[in-house]
Each structure stands twice: as structure tokens, then as C-alpha cells.
Design a protein around this ligand. Structure first.
Ligand code: FES
Ligand SMILES: [Fe+2]
Length: 439
């Protein structure tokens, strides 16, 4: 349970809201590369921390992330002409390049020199891991881009499903670090089986446990925390535990326990206080990680089938998420197809910003409690001038990752040797950054 003030502090990200300012101290995904793949292609509208942005790729392939509204009289540049090295506003023809320089001001006499005096707001950009990233913090102290833990090297395959959801980022994040829900909400999709570990098949993820009430243990770090959800395994229950360890990487990423083939993560980027870009990521060795199309089909997150062309889910509150009550009678737990769609129904129906002044947290909610506590402490420390949680020196150490394993009860999960899933029998990637920084 939080006070109303604490809930506001945790959730709000627009304008001067401290949590939004904290988040701006991190490189942030603004859209998928696939949305702006073509030079001189259609500009894309993105909304991040309540700020409207236009994203476009110019004739030379450079990506720009700028204020959506033209510096002249604020017409939207999303409708502009993307031509010859810049974006031209339709209204009076001003043309801006990816850095916000005004290349042409056709409505003004050339002699006025006004074009040199105006600079449009444009952010530093990086393309990495299938995403376009921008640094929206103070522009006099732009940190070097660091690859996220879910796209550590250029050789990893990264497949991403995207959905724009009509609710606050924090309730989505709380879903990602809530191990207990999967045994109920996803019980028809993640079925218990006599397997040695979580196993991915073409249409399901098998679980080696029937235990619906995991014991939770948390280990805090400067970057966030990791926790273990400890369950009774189906096999060797007397001597072994089934451990699923999830990592919360502040401010809004969760590294989810992998299956036997690939790693899983999600990142929640606030569009504003009441809507969020939710990215669900599979990554790992190209021979074992599904391609984007397969990944989206598996999750029921295909554009044109499950989502509209702007990544908004077609299953929504107006149509009860296409819930099939007959299927429920026949044994399906939720009647909602695609396990992320089951999560979405839970997150969205909590309301635009979940009211945390009334909830009743139990032992299985330990990670949720820790998330709220840690982020509230972090945002207060940030208000007092400390560096943002997870940034700079407080970044996640390279050896921390999510894992799942059946381990002897005598093993402490905190000291269990862990590595991301990579292809068996192949030399393991060093997982060192090997990206190129754009000048
Ligand atoms: S409003 Fe864009 S050029 Fe005038
Ligand atoms: Fe879930």
C-alpha cells in the first residue's frame, strides 16, 4: 500500500515530474527501427515522457528524433516532406536536418540570417538492438550509449513485439516482476510438465513445477534488484528447488527468466502518465532465437492481426479483450488468447494509473514491495542531487542476468553461477559491447 502522494511520485513522468526526470537520465527507446527503416520514408510520431516527437530517417540514412512541432508556428512535422537531408514543414516550408539545424526558411528573406539563429529541439540518437534510442536528459551531459543487457552484442538476435498500452508504466513493470501470477493467469499457456527446466516449444513454455505459491527472496543492487521465486519442482521435490530469478533494471526494464533456447526481457517506456510503449523481447543466439515474425505470432502480437498499424491492441476493454467464456467453461483459464494479452487485460483494467492506496500485498508480492520502496527512495535521492538509479556508476554489472534452474536445496541461488542462454556447443559470446557510436 502506498499513500496517494507516493503513488503519484512513483507513477507520474510528464513535464517536471521527478520520476520522468530520473528516467531522462537514461538512453530511452523511442520507437522500433522497423518503423523508420527507409531513407526519406514516412516520418513517425512518438510520444515519450509526455513529449511529442517526430522520428525520421533522412536521405543519408541518419535518424532524427525531434520535437514534433515546427519551430516556426508549431505545425506538426509528422506530416512534413522527408526530402534531401531534412524534414520540411508543410505549412511555410521550413526545413530541418536530424540535428535540428534549419536548412531552409523559404518564407523569410535570405538576407535576414534568421535560419542560422533558430535551432529546433533535436535529441542525440543511437540505433541498437532493433530500437531507435534518444537521450532526453540534460544536453550538456550526454552519457555514452551502453548496450542494454538484452542486446549485449551485435551478434545476438533480438526480436521485439511492441504494443502501446493505455495505462501507466509502473503497473506493467510490476507485472513483469510478479512471478506468482504466471502460475494462475498463464496456467493454460505455461503448463507444468516433467521437464528438466523451462522449455520452449512452438506454441507453449513448459514449466517443471505445479507450485502456485513461490517463496520469494530479494537481493538489492545499485542498478535495481534481482529476486528468486522458489518453487517445488515436479521431479526431485524432496532434494531440489525450482528457482526462477528475475532482474529489475531501473528504471523500467525486467530481465525475465529464459527458457532452454533464448533469453527474454521487457522494457516499458512511458508515452505519458497514462500510456506506455511495452516492448517484449526475445534475444540470444540466432540459431535458437525466434525471428520477429515468429515471435510476434507466438505472443499474438502481430501488426494487422492483433494490433493496428500503430501497435495498439485490437483486443481492448471495449470488446472485453475478445474473451471466450465458452473456452473458459471448457477448461481454458482466461479465455484470452496469447499470454501477453492476458497480462494486458489485467494491467489495463487496473485503470489508467493503478490506485495503490488500497491494495493488500502478501508474501508473494515481495518483489513488488521492493520495487516501490527502491524506486521511491531512488527518486527522492535523485531530487536531492544524487545520480539517477541505474545510471553511470550505478549501471547493472555485466555478470547479472536472469536465470531459471532446478538446484539442490543446499545451493544458495545468490551464488549460483549464471550466464545468459547461448547456443549449446558453440563458443559462448563474450557479451562485451561491440557497437559503433555514431558521430
Ligand atoms: S509552421 Fe512550420 S514552417 Fe511555418
Ligand atoms: Fe504475465
Amino acid at each position: 500500500m502506498l499513500t496517494r502522494e507516493e503513488n503519484e511520485l512513483l507513477c507520474r513522468v510528464e513535464g517536471e515530474a521527478p520520476m520522468g526526470q530520473l528516467m531522462r537520465r537514461h538512453w530511452t527507446p523511442v520507437c522500433l527501427i522497423e518503423e523508420v527503416s527507409e531513407p526519406d520514408g514516412t516520418p513517425v510520431k512518438a510520444r515519450v515522457f509526455g513529449e511529442d516527437l517526430v522520428v525520421f530517417r533522412d536521405s543519408d540514412g541518419r535518424v532524427g528524433v525531434m520535437d514534433e512541432y515546427c519551430p516556426h508556428r508549431r505545425a506538426s512535422l509528422v506530416y512534413g516532406r522527408n526530402e534531401e537531408g531534412g524534414l520540411r514543414c508543410l505549412y511555410h516550408g521550413w526545413k530541418m536536418d536530424v540535428e535540428g539545424n534549419v536548412l531552409e526558411m523559404v518564407s523569410e528573406p535570405a538576407a535576414s540570417g534568421m535560419a542560422e539563429k533558430v535551432k529546433h529541439k533535436a535529441y542525440p540518437v543511437q540505433e541498437w538492438g532493433g530500437m531507435v534510442w534518444a537521450y532526453m536528459g540534460p544536453q550538456d551531459a550526454v552519457p555514452e550509449f551502453e548496450p542494454p543487457r538484452w542486446a549485449p552484442t551485435a551478434e545476438a538476435r533480438v526480436s521485439i513485439a511492441k504494443a502501446i498500452l493505455p495505462c501507466n508504466w509502473a503497473q506493467i513493470l510490476e507485472g513483469a516482476i510478479d512471478s506468482a501470477h504466471s502460475s494462475s493467469l498463464h496456467s493454460s499457456d505455461m503448463v507444468p510438465a516433467r521437464v528438466d527446466s523451462a522449455k520452449a516449444t512452438a506454441n507453449t513454455w513448459l514449466r517443471p513445477s505445479t507450485d502456485k505459491a513461490p517463496r520469494m527472496q530479494v537481493q538489492r543492487g545499485d542498478y535495481g534488484f534481482r529476486y528468486a521465486a522458489i518453487r517445488r519442482p515436479i521431479k526431485d521435490a524432496a532434494t531440489h528447488d525450482y528457482v526462477r530469478s528475475t532482474v529489475f533494471v531501473a528504471p523500467a526494464t525486467a530481465l525475465i527468466p529464459p527458457n532452454n533456447l533464448y533469453n527474454v526481457a521487457n522494457i516499458n517506456v512511458p508515452c505519458d502518465d497514462t500510456s506506455t510503449a511495452f516492448y517484449f523481447i526475445a534475444w540470444g543466439h540466432p540459431s535458437q532465437t525466434p525471428e520477429t515474425e515468429t515471435w510476434r505470432k507466438f505472443l499474438r502480437q502481430t501488426v494487422g492481426v492483433d494490433l493496428d498499424e500503430y501497435y495498439r491492441p485490437l483486443r481492448n476493454q471495449d470488446n472485453r479483450f475478445w474473451q471466450d467464456r465458452q473456452a473458459m467453461k471448457a477448461g481454458n483459464f482466461t479465455g484470452i488468447t496469447g499470454f501477453p494479452n492476458q497480462d494486458v487485460a489485467m494491467w489495463v483494467t487496473m485503470g489508467p494509473i493503478a490506485d495503490r492506496t488500497h491494495d493488500r500485498l502478501g508474501a508473494s508480492d515481495l518483489a513488488i514491495v521492493e520495487f516501490r520502496k527502491q524506486m521511491l527512495e531512488a527518486v527522492r535521492a535523485f531530487q536531492n542531487g544524487e545520480a539517477a538509479i541505474g545510471s553511470g556508476e550505478k549501471a547493472i554489472p555485466h555478470e547479472v542476468c536472469a536465470f531459471q534452474a532446478i538446484v539442490p536445496k543446499t545451493t544458495d541461488w545468490r551464488s549460483f553461477e549464471i550466464r545468459p542462454v547461448w547456443a549449446d556447443g558453440l563458443e559462448r559470446s563474450e557479451m562485451e559491447p561491440s557497437y559503433s557510436v555514431k558521430a
